[in-house]
Design a protein around this ligand. Structure first.
Ligand code: SER
Length: 880
């Protein structure tokens, strides 16, 4: 038997050898189409290549594309489990020509692969063509030699394929496989075509036209080819089974769910096993591509898929969560072809376990309520919408789960009633909000929020497309904005992070058809809308436009590094200072991080250095950062750091980073922010500030990456400058500076001594001048330029001692100011008062007053140039 993995490989090899570029599957979340929930066909990632908007370095390609058809326009969820060929997740094999080959080559390739490579008997194959496509009809005759009755002209849309109301389209030709007359059904176009005997295995689309609003509006730049073959269907054919669920991959998954629940995989329990196997695949692949369960958007589709499977696990009697235990089988079957599954295995398991644990808390009660509500209802009756809403609202039953649960009893659900109950609840929430005293200016955001939330796609991508759902200018909704306007732009999905949790909002650009805008900030409104604060640079932006959103990548990379560094810093502070350290505030910007924590004292240089060393050791270990989604209670139970008093939603992201030690990861925090993939991206952490914010709260400021390096560089430059000035090497700078400081102190001391000596008259001029005698009293008077005023009294005392009996007057002149000190020896105290003498001197230098004791008085004045006159004033006073 050829395995599904072999078939996939052989398809890609066939087209690879025929010169096609083998392109890996794009992620399930569309990168280039904001109106599409999930990639649902192989050509979706190539849409812009067909229309000529995008060019690639190859003109033919082949892929095995992951597809999900659940939620949105293509929704196969309801049928899964009950048919042979419905799946929420499937793989589409395809070959594509972007203006290279067209119909003839496409049909030749298809026929060769099916009949030569894979050896399918030609008489089991039938082709259809669009009724007017004579060319394709003739080619099937010529290339495959099919008899005319097995080339069926189909006049309906079945043979005219379009991606959606807008996009590339063209007539198509489908290949059907005849499973044999033991199965009921007829060829396409026949009255029995709905039977299961003839199964479409391959669709060749001759892409030629461009559609807008379901109307053909023009030709594609060049005729192109898009083919799609469901891998599961062709595997059934090649493995000689009729039912996709009997192929090897499904058999392995179903056998495992049978073994783990000890139930039969056929009979009454067959549908449950099929649902579980199918939903395991879609849930696993969606989580691997970054979707996590949520209450809105893509996350809610995932939640619906998961819970539907979980109810079936419950039906099978599983006493404990089952789904996560099936993940190893899924990875064993499909991880070879899709390495992202292997990488995400721990996340897939944890997410499934978390969701199932949580859902089980309400599942049994919900089912009991459902039993009671339907107890006396017969086949063909309808469950009231209100009951379905109660199951949704109180027990977490998605609408389609209730439908699925009632399907075996043939009871329908009143959808309109369900929707009405939902609308009523929203109205009540709005009324409660209005009464809560929220700002009137928030009305506009509440209005918009009622229409939905912004889906944030920026955890995994930096660019994306979105549809403009509202434009707000000066607090009011407007339909459009033109060049020069500054507005807030709301889109259905965006990679722009809106400011929250200390992390600043993203900046970047919004561009669309003829319009471009610069986003300077992104703000969050009503908890779920991301408002892009944007100035329109050119053109007109309108509600309904599809736009391309690109964040400033480098800015965000710096923000990510600073945010992850903040988590590491938090833990390092707790380890170094103690667990009393709690976050009191945080700012994560592209330039720096600021982190406020409770701690009573200022941190010592040694503490700061230890913290920095610890963080940088984690950075260098470069371990990956992981994110999980949990209930706040579970997260806190596993030791995640949460902010006291912070209100968390039903679900929180738990970010873990750093080395494992004794089963504990270095840092585990509840956080909605964006983080590096691996700690090495932080590069380096440098603490640049530690200060007090308020009593008991310290603020740490730090830099990471290039900013930290730049900071250290500038420090280094300054050190080198200092070294050059000292004519020393940088290493010698501290010792040289210490020597210089010591030398300066010594010189100052010496200078002071010298000046004092001068004042004491011990030197040169003063000595020569000698004491004068005035009125029988010995007098020493001297002007000392630059002598420190504080040494003046000591100098006067010394002079007094030296003359034994008499008067000493010294005037120090500094910066133009004069300070005067006058001393009178004790024996003369009765006749002369130092205070009187100093007053006379002070007046001469333009000062007022002067004071002290009779034996020692001091004063000063602004007129240093009159210092000599001050001495004369003392002399004059002595003479009287
Ligand atoms: N786009 C076509 C389909 O989905 C063929 O690949 O059927």
């Amino acid at each position: 038997m050829t395995s599904t993995n072999d078939i996939r490989r052989s398809f890609l090899d066939y087209f690879g050898k025929a010169g096609h570029q083998i392109v890996p599957s794009a992620p399930l979340v569309p990168q280039n189409d904001p109106t599409l929930m999930f990639v649902n066909a192989g050509m979706v990632p190539f849409k812009n290549v067909f229309t000529g908007l995008e060019s690639r370095p190859y003109s033919t390609a082949t892929s095995s594309q992951k597809c999900v058809r659940a939620g949105g326009k293509h929704n196969d969820l309801d049928n899964v489990g009950y048919t042979a060929r419905h799946h929420t997740f499937f793989e589409m094999l395809g070959n594509f020509s972007f203006g290279d080959y067209f119909k003839e080559q496409a049909i030749t390739h298809a026929w060769t692969l099916l009949t030569k490579e894979w050896g399918l008997p030609a008489d089991k194959l039938t082709a259809t063509v669009y009724h007017t496509d004579d060319q394709a009809f003739d080619l099937w005759k010529k290339i495959a030699g099919l008899p005319e009755e097995r080339i069926i002209r189909i006049p309906t849309k079945d043979n005219f394929w379009a991606m959606g109301s807008d996009g590339p389209c063209g007539p198509c030709s489908e290949i059907f496989y005849d499973h044999g007359d033991h199965i009921w059904g007829g060829p396409p176009g026949s009255p029995e075509e709905d039977g299961d005997r003839f199964v479409e295995i391959w669709n060749l689309v001759f892409m030629q036209f461009l559609q807008e609003a379901d109307e053909i509006v023009g030709d594609l730049p060049r005729p192109s080819i898009d083919t799609g073959m469901g891998l599961e269907r062709v595997a059934a054919v090649l493995q000689g089974v009729h039912d996709n669920y009997d192929t090897d991959t499904f058999k392995a998954l179903i056998a495992e769910s049978g073994a783990l629940t000890s139930t039969a995989t056929t009979g009454d329990t067959q549908a449950s096993h099929r649902v579980i196997a199918d939903h395991l695949r879609s849930a696993g692949f969606l989580v691997a591509d970054g979707v996590l369960p949520a209450n809105e958007g893509r996350g809610y589709v995932l939640r619906r898929i998961m819970r539907r499977a979980m109810r079936h696990a419950h039906l099978l009697g599983a006493k404990d969560p089952l789904m996560h235990r099936l993940v190893p089988s899924l990875v064993a079957e499909m991880g070879g072809a899709y390495p992202e599954l292997v990488r995400a295995q721990p996340l897939i398991e944890a997410t499934l376990l978390q969701e199932e644990t949580r859902f089980r808390r309400t599942l049994a009660n919900g089912l009991r309520l459902l039993d009671e509500a339907t107890g006396d209802m017969g086949e063909g009756s309808t469950l009231p919408g209100e009951t379905a809403f109660k199951l949704y609202d109180t027990y977490g039953f998605p609408y389609d789960l209730t439908e699925d649960a009632l399907r075996p009893q043939d009871i329908a659900v009143d959808r309109a009633g369900f929707d009405a109950a939902m609308a009523e609840q929203k109205a009540a929430a709005r009324a409660a909000w209005k009464g809560s005293g929220a700002k009137a200016s928030d009305d506009v955001w509440f209005d918009i929020a009622e229409e939905g939330a912004t889906e944030f796609t920026g955890y995994s991508s930096d660019i994306g497309e979105g549809q403009v759902i509202a434009i707000v200018k000066d607090g009011a909704r407007v339909d459009s904005a033109t060049a020069g306007d500054t507005v807030e732009v709301l889109v259905n999905q965006t990679p722009f992070y809106a400011e929250s949790g200390g992390q600043v909002g993203d900046a970047g650009t919004i561009t669309g058809d003829g319009v471009s805008a610069t986003v300077t900030d992104t703000q969050k409104h009503v908890g779920k809308l991301h408002g892009h604060v944007a100035t329109i640079d050119s053109g007109t932006l309108k509600v309904g436009d599809t736009v391309r959103l690109a964040i400033d990548r480098q800015r965000r990379a710096q923000i990510r590094a600073n945010h992850s560094a903040t988590h590491l810093l938090h833990e390092a502070l707790r380890q170094r200072l103690g667990t009393h350290v709690a976050q009191k505030g945080s700012l994560v910007s592209p330039e720096r991080l600021r982190f406020d924590v409770s701690h009573p004292n200022s941190m010592s240089p040694a503490e700061l250095s230890d913290v920095e060393t610890q963080v940088n050791a984690q950075v260098r270990a470069n371990t990956p950062v992981t994110t999980r989604l949990m209930t706040p209670d579970d997260a806190i139970a596993m030791g995640a750091m949460a902010l006291f008093g912070e209100k968390y939603g039903d679900e929180v992201r738990v970010v873990s980073m750093g080395a494992e030690d004794g089963g504990k990861t270095y840092s585990v925090e509840l956080c909605g922010g964006t983080h590096v993939n691996a700690l090495g991206e932080i590069g380096l952490l440098k603490i640049v500030g530690e200060s007090a914010v308020s009593s008991g709260v310290r603020r740490i400021e730090a830099l990471t990456g290039e900013a930290a390096r730049g900071y250290l560089q500038s420090r280094d430059d300054k050190l080198k400058e200092a070294a050059a000035a000292l004519k020393a090497s940088p290493d010698e700078v501290p010792a040289r500076v210490a020597t210089l400081v010591e030398e300066k102190r010594r010189l100052e001391r010496e200078l002071a001594e010298a000046k004092k000596a001068l004042a004491l008259g011990g030197g040169g001029k003063a000595e020569a001048a000698g004491p004068e005698t005035i009125n029988g009293v010995a007098f020493v008077g001297q002007v000392l330029d630059g002598f420190e005023a504080k040494g003046l009294r000591g100098a006067v005392d010394d002079a007094k001692t030296r003359i034994g009996s008499g008067v000493a007057a010294l005037v120090a002149v500094n910066d133009g100011r004069a300070t005067v000190a006058v001393g009178v020896t004790d024996d003369l105290k009765d006749r002369l008062n130092a205070v009187d003498l100093v007053k006379a001197a002070v007046a001469a230098v333009g000062g007022q007053g002067g004071g002290g004791r009779p034996d020692m008085a001091q004063g000063g004045g602004p007129d240093g140039a009159s210092a000599a006159a001050a001495l004369d004033a003392v002399r004059a006073t002595l003479e009287t």
